[in-house]
Design a protein around this ligand. Structure first.
Ligand code: 2NL
Length: 357
């Protein structure tokens, strides 16, 4: 009996793993285990022998069962310790760098301007960037040999020999979208047309592709006074300066009569531009009353309707509002400089409706 005890207690203490331990348990106290077989022999013993052997076997069985349970717990502890040694994490390591996009200033300013004009009842219209020379020029009272065609440094689309469709151009302004909107919707009308436009020009303040927003309001009694109010509301909202002053200077565009260039109040302090204060002026847009010929080209009767129109450069507005010095930076493929001007990453909605950052 003592031999049996020593054999199992030692083997259990030395069991290498859970499986070896279970084998030992079955060998000792399983249904056909050594202890169980010995218990079956009790029946053939004398009552005296049985009286000592019975309790001793039961005690041994209990002892082996508790040795197995203790060893099982010790093996589980050792396994956990082993995992903890292997799976440690250094929470002091610096985080992995995540590349994040930013909203482009041109997109942001387009949205800001659109929202301000939406509050004044202007809808948004878009149209093709390649259009016929009729929509881009003739309809805007710029006939074939008008000097304004040459001044606009127009990109003409290539035409194969024998192709006698009307010439197409990369639009030089978004006015063709306004002509199309007049044709499609008629009067009255309040619309702004944002988008990319093209002119063959390149220096610190000109890029061959840039962005413009043109506005158009047509009704029975529209005047220059309405134009001035709308533009002053716009500048006050856009530059966040109440009561910002504007100056209208007489000018000339083929598509408006009378025409005005509009300046906003500004000053220069230590080479820094301050908008909305001082007594200098900064030219920001061109405008005027829509020429009767242009209304007619859009299918609107100039004897019944008048309208004002204006055109603003979005890129230039973005430069003025955010103090960006070189227009060409907008069209650089490396946009890391944007961060310098505080353009934050886009919040991208996730499937769960939360925000991923
Ligand atoms: C500028 C400013 C301007 C317009 C654009 C316009 C559009 C239609 C009819 C009449 Cl459909 N006018 N747009 C008007 C005045 C100025 O742009 O500096 N352009 C060279």
């Amino acid at each position: 009996m003592d031999q049996l005890r020593d054999k199992y207690i030692t083997a259990i203490a030395n069991a290498a793993d859970e499986a070896a331990l279970e084998d030992l348990r079955v060998q000792a106290v399983g249904k056909k285990g050594e202890i169980s077989l010995k218990m079956r022999e009790l029946g053939r013993m004398t009552p005296e022998e049985r009286q000592t052997a019975g309790p001793a076997l039961n005690a041994l069985k209990d002892e082996i069962n508790s040795a197995v349970a203790a060893k099982r717990a010790a093996l589980a502890d050792a396994a956990l310790d082993e995992r903890l040694r292997g799976e440690w994490l250094d929470v002091t390591l610096p985080a992995r760098h995540k590349r994040r996009g930013t909203v482009h200033p041109v997109s942001q300013v387009t949205e800001e301007v659109t929202a301000i004009f939406a509050d004044m009842g202007f809808a948004v219209a878009e149209g093709p960037r390649i259009d016929t020379d009729w929509y881009n020029f003739d309809a805007l009272n710029i006939p074939s040999h008008h000097p304004a065609r040459a001044e606009m440094d127009t990109f003409y689309m290539h035409r194969a020999e024998g192709d006698d469709r009307p010439p197409h151009v990369l639009r030089t302004h978004t006015s063709p979208v306004q002509i199309r909107t007049m044709e499609a919707e008629g009067a009255p009308l309040r619309v702004i047309c944002p988008g990319g436009v093209y002119r063959a020009d390149y220096d610190q303040t000109h890029t061959p592709m840039f962005h413009q927003i043109e506005g158009l309001a047509i009704d029975r009694d529209i005047s220059m006074a309405n134009l001035k109010w709308v533009l002053e509301e716009f500048f006050a909202a856009f530059f966040e300066i109440d009561g910002i002053k504007t100056r209208f200077r007489a000018s000339h565009f083929p598509f408006t009569e009378p025409s005005a260039e509009v300046d906003i109040q500004c000053s220069w302090v230590d080479g820094q531009l301050r908008i909305g204060e001082g007594d200098d002026w900064m030219e920001v847009l061109g405008s005027g009353m829509v020429h009767p010929k242009v209304l007619r080209a859009g299918g609107i009767d100039p004897d019944e309707w008048q309208g004002f129109a204006f055109g603003i450069g979005i890129d230039r507005l973005a430069m003025l509002k955010y103090g960006i010095p070189d227009l060409r930076a907008f069209f650089d493929s490396d946009l890391r400089w944007l961060r310098h001007y505080g353009f934050a990453a886009l919040d991208v909605p996730t499937l769960h409706g939360g925000l991923s950052r």
